[in-house]
Design a protein around this ligand. Structure first.
Ligand SMILES: [Zn+2]
Ligand SMILES: [Zn+2]
Length: 151
């Protein structure tokens, strides 16, 4: 087994509009968080929670668009809704999904921080910031337009 890799159950995921959907069969995976500048830009976010699996375990319904973000890697995203779906180092036979795109309950447990040189200080401090649940003060209800798996 490759270093840091462990067994995971099958899981599936999609972009937020449902045009790109994937399934991953049970197997080995590496769960990491990447803080590098390229992942920050690709996700529009502070870091990318990723799960790497072998591409042989993946099937797609609706293919993502690809952007070659460096000489070494490409990134897949939905051409309809723009959701970042994966990072993929070219020619390595692995694909790393953005964990937020997984539909099923998935017990994500990262084993490593990558891109540590770019990790933002406030990320570490989040655990100490006041929290509240998702709601609207004026009583408005949220009607999601996002794809619901099995819906
Ligand atoms: Zn989409
Ligand atoms: Zn990265």
């Amino acid at each position: 087994m490759k270093e840091g890799w462990g067994d995971v159950d099958a899981f599936d995921g999609s972009c937020q509009c449902g045009a790109c959907r994937y399934e991953v069969t049970e197997g080995q995976a590496l769960q990491t968080v990447c803080h590098c500048r390229m992942c920050q830009r690709a996700t529009g976010n502070a870091f990318a929670p990723l799960i790497a699996v072998e591409t042989a375990h993946v099937t797609w319904e609706g293919m993502p668009k690809l952007f070659q973000s460096s000489n070494l890697a490409q990134r897949g995203f939905c051409g309809e809704c723009g959701t970042p779906l994966f990072y993929q180092r070219l020619g390595c036979g692995e694909i790393e999904f953005m964990v937020g795109t997984i539909n099923s309950d998935f017990n994500y447990s990262p084993v490593r921080n990558h891109g540590a040189e770019s990790r933002l200080g406030w990320v570490l401090g989040l655990a100490n910031v006041t929290e509240r649940e998702t709601f609207f003060d004026d009583g408005e209800t949220v009607v999601s337009h996002q794809y619901e798996h099995g819906g």
